[in-house]
Unconditional design. Sequence first.
Length: 306
Amino acid sequence: MKVLVATQKPFAAVAVNGIREILEAAGHEVVLLEKYPAQEDLVAAVADAEAMIIRSDKVTSEVIAAAPKLRIVVRAGAGFDNVDLAAASARGIVVMNTPGQNSNAVAELAIAMMIFMARTQFTPATGSEVQGKRLGVQAYGNVGRLVGAKARALGMHISALDPFLTDEQIIAGGADPVHSLEELYASSDYLSIHIPALPATIKSIGYDLITRMPKGATLVNTARKEVLDEDGLMRALEERPDLKYVTDVMPDNYAALQEKFGLRVFATPKKMGAQTSEANINAGLAAARQIVDYFATGNTRFQANK
Ligand code: 3PG
């Protein structure tokens, strides 16, 4: 089978080599499309692809229509909001993710971002310590639990909200269960967002929640920019000069935020939570193995569009 590895933000070379080895050993052919400048390049490249490995690359209905032989798409990572699941399902194309494989990298970045903001972006200004502060974790899944564990080791107190977990499960994960967003935001000196971008979560975090945060609080977003209501964030930061926002998913209004709020906001130029060679290897190789397994045995574990 022809497997297209399409990554606008490429995997580390060591991960690409591993992906190639796994797929070629199983008799598949690998075509690499990295750092492509425009979506048209992806549309053109899928013409004869039977399988795809992607990251945040956009598999739209147009891409699917241009890929008549496509049978499986594996998103090497967690979020699959970049894939048009309905269009894929309509064609019988299996869409999978690789849950958990890049979680540690994202969790480490969330912790690093908290400390970066606590230390005023590493300027000489007097900062603060995270020890003894309360961290709220919004969604206690693969990434959220790792953030909680690392923050506990730093002496932070952890609260978590997760509608899919019982209180007992959250307590077993080392956090105090919280039952509403209002309560979570109101009690968190640091709030780390780990929810997916879904119709119900898009623009769900805005002025009302953000302004509930305690004095001096920091909001950390390593999830998706879409879950934030950017106008609400702007208003909240305007009204509350003590609040800070840090993210690796740059808001569309970042230039305006930076101009107004300086060191109180920070965004990385690219989404970089999962950008470690370890995460690239874990997620990329898992994706390659899932494709080999799907064609060999029909295994659809991790299918997102069942
Ligand atoms: C994910 O959903 O797995 C993360 O957001 C990482 O995305 P990336 O592969 O584009 O870095």
